[in-house]
Design a protein. Structure first.
Length: 294
């Protein structure tokens, strides 16, 4: 009986020893696998940081070119710097956060391709314009330089649409009018006598523009930037909202169209200064003209 009890104790000891060995082996295996996983995540983390650092360098180079997109590029660069700093502070065990960062980087790479393509196009245009100016060797005054800058801005806007189909004004003129006691309107140059503005302009011929009805909007702005005789709101192609003073519809058939707009105003609200008339077709700016009132 005593021998059987000793035998059973030995069996129990052996089983416990085997279980202990199994637990130790399992623990070592798990620790090894955990180390492999954390090392892999750490390598991915370092790779992500290197990719972000490379992106930042590219953005710095593009910003240094000083194109009209430099501000937009700087904003995107700051976003990448913030993301890189977040990755540096991330713990190597947070694999779900690592996956989310990799998805954000994929989106950033797509944005990079779009922004750098646009920036390279602007850089090429600037270089071409510089070559043309150098070959012409033209000395220009400060006023001409300002006009050239405005022309370049208008050109950049025009390049964002289908250039061949854009409608333009061939002529434009604004005249201040006063109303006589008979009701007849006659021209005036004095603000205190102004009862209306008459705007005459011609939409130029364009053989490839789409035919059909076009909405024409006229905006009269005083020297303080206030819209005179506001009639409604217009959303432009860039999302800007403006108040217009008059609108009409023309039937455009690829030929020149003469348009007359008469905007009645309260002479008590008309002050001395320069009045600018902006003209829009559909939701695009097409031209402007000015009048000076004494």
């Amino acid at each position: 009986m005593e021998e059987n009890k000793k035998s059973n104790n030995k069996v129990i000891v052996i089983i416990l020893a085997l279980l202990l060995i199994g637990v130790v082996a399992y623990t070592l295996y798990n620790r090894s696998e955990y180390t492999k996983l954390t090392n892999a995540i750490e390598e991915e983390k370092e790779e992500i940081e290197q990719n972000l650092d490379s992106m930042i360098v590219k953005y710095e180079d593009a910003i240094a070119q000083k194109t009209s997109m430099s501000n937009e590029l700087a904003i995107e660069r700051d976003r990448i710097i913030a993301l890189r700093d977040s990755v540096k502070d991330m713990k190597a065990t947070n694999y779900s956060l690592m996956r989310r960062y990799k998805k954000q980087i994929a989106n950033l790479e797509e944005t990079n391709r779009r922004l750098f393509y646009l920036n390279d196009s602007l850089k090429g245009q600037n270089q071409l314009l510089a070559m043309n100016l150098d070959s012409a060797n033209v000395k220009i005054s400060n006023q001409i330089a300002i006009n050239d800058t405005l022309s370049m801005q208008n050109l950049n806007l025009a390049e964002k649409v289908a250039i061949g189909s854009v409608l333009k004004l061939s002529t434009s003129k604004v005249i201040a009018m006063r109303e006589r006691s008979s009701g007849k309107l006659v021209e005036t140059s004095r603000s205190r006598n102004t009862d209306a503005f008459r705007i005459n302009f011609t939409v130029g011929k364009n053989e490839i523009s789409e035919q059909g009805e076009r909405q024409v909007y006229v905006q009269i702005v005083d020297s303080k930037g206030n819209t005179i005789a506001g009639k409604g709101e217009l959303i432009l192609t860039d999302g800007t909202s403006i108040t217009y003073s008059d609108n009409t519809t023309i039937n455009y058939l690829n030929e020149s169209v003469d348009v007359i707009s008469l905007v009645e105003v309260n002479r008590d609200n008309i002050e001395k200064g320069v009045y600018t008339v902006n003209i829009f077709i559909d939701n695009k700016f097409v031209g402007a003209t000015k009048a000076m009132l004494k």
